[in-house]
Design a protein around this ligand. Structure first.
Ligand code: NAD
Length: 480
């Protein structure tokens, strides 16, 4: 069995314990044994990052550009192989996985460019002869904590800006899917990342994650994951005075109005709700449909769902891969049962047997639901969407905003007036018109409002708000 170790201070370092990474399409396929770091190793990684910061924070934009650009190129060269690995460990389909790897590469290329564009401002002082300069400096050591559903894109969109702006980092990938992040760190190492600048500590959130969050030598934490973990981390960061960025869950609404083009609405909802097995924080989990189109929409969705093939993530023709593990599959089943008990009618949603032993589930559409049902208030994180019938646009908007989350929201309509009003009034960080709530560009800000996010946005030029700190300098040229 292949063994994969942590990367600390430029060395590959083993641990006493390990985690077995298995393929959710076929649990007999083992990807490898991944070292599980302890708290002491995590602290060693933080110390190495702190020591390297003195040098890396003064590296030239060219050095940072070269590292990130070469990393992006290497990822692109190995796109097919890395996509296969990602599909094997996480379970999204091969095309989805290859797409995610491509996105990771583009993110590195984008931030390579950003390293060259770190500017500042010169402002006239209100005092005679004085000049004011506002510049950005790196923060220091950043702890990066990522979830299992985007095993390479999320690490990429945290690592690339951390390095571009001159920080050193320690990443802890999700325990379930360490292989893609391991490969990414290996690529960064081959591309010439100096020792200590880039560190990988794999293992448990309660051990490695906790050690990062509590370490006084970590200046900031960028976390993506569930609401409860995020809030607990946020509170600890506040206690220890760390800057923190939290990207958490969603219960994203997709509004379908009477005047929507039915085929466009159905494709947006099928994609948003069920692709990537519904395991996206931006998944459309609440389909809010006005009464004039409701019955036609539900019939068309059911027809379309019957054509979706659930199967092995690596098999050609699979539309929906497996659920990530047994625990998540049981959670999905529990929510489907709760929806039924609360009066919803469930189409699909059953556990499926396949040739291999995996975690397969048919997509589920729950109709006849109301906004107060648990299925419409809590994140399921699986291929489960519910339909809420509403009278008109005004009620649809009210229901869309009736949630503690605010990540992504969509509307399908032919009305420019409604689309414009929705864009302005929906309480979400991202709004989609006539397209799925999931699926975003790599060069623009990503993030939400309310319970979904806390702190500055990730990605695009907005990432620098988190990864840098501002310095205001007053310069008196003295007597001339
Ligand atoms: P999770 O909260 O269980 O774990 C996320 C990460 O936190 C993992 O690496 C985990 O090991 C670590 N962790 C767990 N306990 C910790 C602790 N006490 N201290 C420090 N770290 C700890 O989430 P998950 O199940 O991996 O991911 C699914 C969740 O992620 C969903 O809620 C989904 O909506 C969310 N998500 C959000 C976004 C976004 O950008 N908003 C993107 C993807 C996923």
């Amino acid at each position: 069995m292949e063994q994969f170790t942590n990367y600390i201070d430029g060395q590959w370092v083993t641990s006493d314990q390990s985690t077995r990474n298995v393929n959710p399409s076929n649990v007999d396929d083992v990807i490898g044994e991944f070292a599980r770091a302890n708290a002491e190793q995590t602290i060693q990684a933080v110390r190495a990052a702190r020591a390297a910061f003195r040098m890396w924070s003064f590296s030239t934009p060219q050095q940072r550009f070269d590292l990130l650009d070469q990393t992006g190129s290497a990822i692109l060269e190995r796109k097919a192989e890395l996509g296969r690995l990602l599909a094997r460990e996480e379970g999204k389909t091969l095309p989805e996985a290859i797409g995610e790897v491509g996105r990771a590469a583009q993110i590195f290329k984008f931030f390579a460019g950003e390293a060259l564009r770190i500017g500042g401002e010169v402002i006239s002082s209100v005092r005679p002869g004085m000049t004011v300069e506002v510049t950005r400096e790196p923060l220091g050591v950043i702890g990066l904590i990522s979830p299992w559903n985007f095993p390479i894109a999320i690490p990429a969109w945290k690592i690339a800006p951390a390095l571009a702006y001159g920080n050193c980092m320690v990443i802890k990938p999700a325990d379930l899917v360490p292989a893609s992040t391991w490969e990414l760190i290996n690529i960064l190492c081959d591309a010439g990342a100096p020792p200590g600048v880039v560190n990988l500590v794999m293992g448990r959130g309660s051990v490695v994650g906790d050690a990062l969050v509590n370490s006084p030598d970590v200046d900031a934490i960028s976390f993506t994951g569930s609401v409860w973990t995020g809030r607990a981390i946020g509170a600890k960061c506040f206690e220890t005075g760390k800057k923190v960025q939290l990207e958490m869950g969603g219960k994203n609404p997709m509004v379908v109005l009477d005047d929507a083009e039915l085929s466009v609405a159905v494709e947006a909802c099928i994609n948003g709700a069920f692709y990537s097995t519904g395991q996206r924080c931006t998944a459309s989990s609440r389909l809010i449909v006005t009464e004039g189109i409701h019955d036609r929409f539900v019939d068309a969705m059911k027809n379309r769902m019957q054509a979706l093939r659930v199967g092995d993530a690596l098999s050609e023709g699979t539309h929906i891969g497996p659920v990530v593990d047994e625990r998540q599959l049981q959670q999905n089943e529990r929510y489907v049962a709760i929806a039924r008990e609360e009066g919803g009618q469930v189409f699909g949603g059953e556990r499926l047997e396949q040739a291999s032993r995996g975690f397969f589930m048919a997509p589920a559409l729950v109709t006849g639901t109301t906004p107060t049902m648990r299925i419409n208030r809590e994140e399921v994180f699986g291929p489960v969407a519910s339909v809420i019938k509403v009278k008109d646009y005004e009620e649809a908007l009210w229901v869309a905003n009736d949630t503690e989350f605010g990540l992504s929201a969509g509307i399908c309509t032919a009305s420019l007036a409604h689309a414009t009003h929705f864009r302005r009034h929906v309480e979400a960080g991202m709004v989609m018109v006539n397209t799925a709530t999931a699926g975003v560009d790599y060069h623009v800000p990503f993030g939400g409002r309310k319970g979904s996010s806390y702190g500055p946005r990730e990605q695009g030029t907005y990432a620098r708000e988190f990864y840098t700190t501002v310095k205001t300098a007053y310069i008196n040229p003295g007597a001339v």
